[in-house]
Design a protein. Structure first.
Lengths: 289, 289
C-alpha cells in the first residue's frame, strides 16, 4: 500500500472513531469536512518517508504518528480560519469549517481533532507501547506551548514578533515533529532527524510566502495577499521574490544534505528534493532546480 | 502533602512547562489565568481520592492524571466562555480569558491546555509507562468525540437534543474519567470505578442546574439564569427545585453505594457524601443531608 493510501486509511479510522455511537452528527460532519478531501498531506508523507528509511518495522505505529500529525495540522487550519484570526471563507477550494458549520462547531471540531490525534497515537502504538511516550512528547511539543503551533499563532497577538521564532513555531515545529516521530515510530534514534524537518519547514514557509505574493486565488484555494493585508511577516515581501527563491533553494539543499546514514538514505534524498520542488507555486516563471 | 497541594503543584509544573524558553508571553499569561487561582478542583480531587483508596503506589502518576483532567476542564471553560458560546464576561469571580486577553488568545489558550494535558500525563507516567495508554484513552474519551465534553457542547448546536446524552457527555464524562483514571493511575482494575464518577457527574449537573436557578451572581462568580436565557436544558427548570433536590440526593447516595471494595472504601464513602453536599448552592433554604 502506498504512503497516501496508508495515511487516508489511518485518518479515516480516526474520524470513524469520532463518528462512533452517540456522536452529535453536525460536529462529526464538521470534523470530516476538516480532514477530507485531502490536501497535500505533506507532513504525514514526510513522517512515513522517514519511517520507511528507518525500516518501518511496525507500520501501524508510523501510520498512527502520521495521522496524528495530520489531524493536528487540520485542527490548526480550522482554528486559524476562524473570524478572530484569518476570517477565511474558503480552504482547499471549499467553504472553511466555520462558514459551513458555524463558529461554535469550528471551535469544537478543532478541539476534538486535537484530542483525536493523541487518541490515534495511543491506539496505533498498542503494537509497540514503549514507543508511545516519546511520540506523545514529540508531537505535543510541536503543537502546544512554548514552541509549537499554538505558540506560533500567538506571536501574532504579541506587541513585537521575532520572524524566525514565529515561523519556527507556527510551521517548522510540526515539520520537525514529522521527521522525529517518523524515526521514533520505527524505533530508530530520532535526534539526527530533526534537522531534515526543520529545514523543510523553513522551505515550506518561504514557498508559502512566495505563494502569498505571486499566486492566484484559484490555485491555492484560499484568499491571497493576506500577509500584506494583515501586516504579517513574509519573506518574499521582505526580500523580494528572487531573494526568497534563492533562500528556498538553499533550504531544500540543506534538508537533503542533513539526512543521516540509514538503509533508505539515497531514496529519501531524491524524494526530499523532488517534494521540495512541489511546494513552490505553479505559476512561478522559473522553478527551483 | 494533602490532595489540593499535590494538584496545585502538578498544575503549576504543567503551566511552567508551557511558560518555557521562547514562549509568547501573553499566551503564557492567558493559560495561567485560565488555571489559577484555583476553582473547586472537584475532578482532580476525586481522581486523587480514588487513587488513594486504591493504594496510590505511584503518586506522580496519579498527580499527572489529576492535573491532566483539571487542565482539560479549564480548557473547556475557556472555550465555553467564548462569544460564540456563552459569551461570559466573568469566571471564578474575575474576567474570563477572552475578556482579559482577547478572543484569539482564548482560542489558543484552550488549544494549548488540551495539548498540555496529554503532555502532563506522559511526563508523569514516566514512572509507570505501562499505565500511560489506558490513561490517555480514558481521558481522551472523556473530552473528545463521540461522547466527551466537545460532543456534549456540540449537542447545543444540534436541531434536537437528548437531555441525558447531552449531560452525560458535557459533564458526566470527565467525572467518570476522574474515577477511572484515578484507579488506573494506581494500577487497579478501573472498570468498577466508572459508576462512582458517573453518578457524581449527574449529581454535579443537577446541583449546577439548581444553582443556575436559585443562586446569586456573587456566589457563582458567573452570570446566572443563563440556561433559561439560552434555552438550555435544566433539571431544576424542568422538575422544579424540590424535585431536582430529591434527584440530587438519590444520585449522591447511589454514588457512595457504588464504591467497590478497596482498602480505603469506608473513608471514600464518607468523603463522597460530604463532597456531594458541597456541590449545592449555599443559599438553598434546606441543604441535602
Amino acid at each position: 500500500m502506498d504512503a497516501v493510501a496508508r495515511i487516508e486509511r489511518a485518518l479515516n479510522a480516526a474520524i470513524e472513531r469520532a463518528e462512533g455511537p452517540g456522536a452529535p452528527p453536525r460536529l462529526a460532519a464538521a470534523m470530516r469536512h476538516a480532514v477530507f478531501p485531502r490536501g497535500a498531506r505533506i507532513r504525514p508523507r514526510l513522517c512515513l518517508a522517514v519511517a520507511a528509511a528507518c525500516g518501518d518495522d511496525h507500520p501501524a505505529v508510523s501510520d498512527a504518528a502520521a495521522a496524528a500529525i495530520e489531524l493536528l495540522h487540520c485542527a490548526s487550519l480550522v482554528h486559524d480560519d476562524l473570524p478572530c484570526f484569518d476570517d477565511a471563507a474558503t480552504r482547499r477550494g471549499r467553504k472553511s469549517v466555520h462558514v459551513a458549520f458555524g463558529e461554535e462547531l469550528a471551535v469544537l471540531a478543532g478541539d476534538a481533532l486535537i484530542v483525536a490525534a493523541f487518541e490515534t497515537l495511543t491506539v496505533g502504538a498498542a503494537h509497540a507501547p514503549r514507543r508511545l511516550p516519546a511520540l506523545v512528547r514529540t508531537i505535543a511539543h510541536a503543537v502546544g506551548m512554548p514552541a509549537g503551533i499554538a505558540a506560533g499563532q500567538a506571536w501574532e497577538s504579541e506587541p513585537s514578533v521575532d520572524l524566525a521564532a514565529y515561523q519556527r513555531a507556527k510551521t517548522g515545529a510540526l515539520f520537525a515533529a514529522a521527521t522525529v516521530a517518523g524515526a521514533a515510530a520505527a524505533g530508530a534514534d530520532s535526534k539526527p532527524w530533526r534537522m531534515l524537518g526543520e529545514r523543510l519547514g523553513e522551505a515550506y514557509q518561504v514557498a508559502d510566502d512566495i505563494g502569498d505574493v505571486v499566486s492566484g486565488e484559484a490555485e491555492l484555494g484560499k484568499p491571497i495577499g493576506r500577509d500584506s493585508a494583515l501586516g504579517r511577516p513574509n519573506a518574499a515581501l521582505r526580500y523580494g521574490v528572487p531573494g526568497a527563491m534563492r533562500h528556498f533553494e538553499a533550504l531544500a539543499a540543506a534538508a537533503a544534505d542533513s539526512i543521516p546514514a540509514c538503509p533508505g538514505a539515497a531514496d529519501l534524498r531524491a524524494l526530499t528534493l523532488n517534494e521540495a520542488r512541489r511546494l513552490l507555486p505553479k505559476e512561478l516563471p522559473s522553478r527551483a532546480a
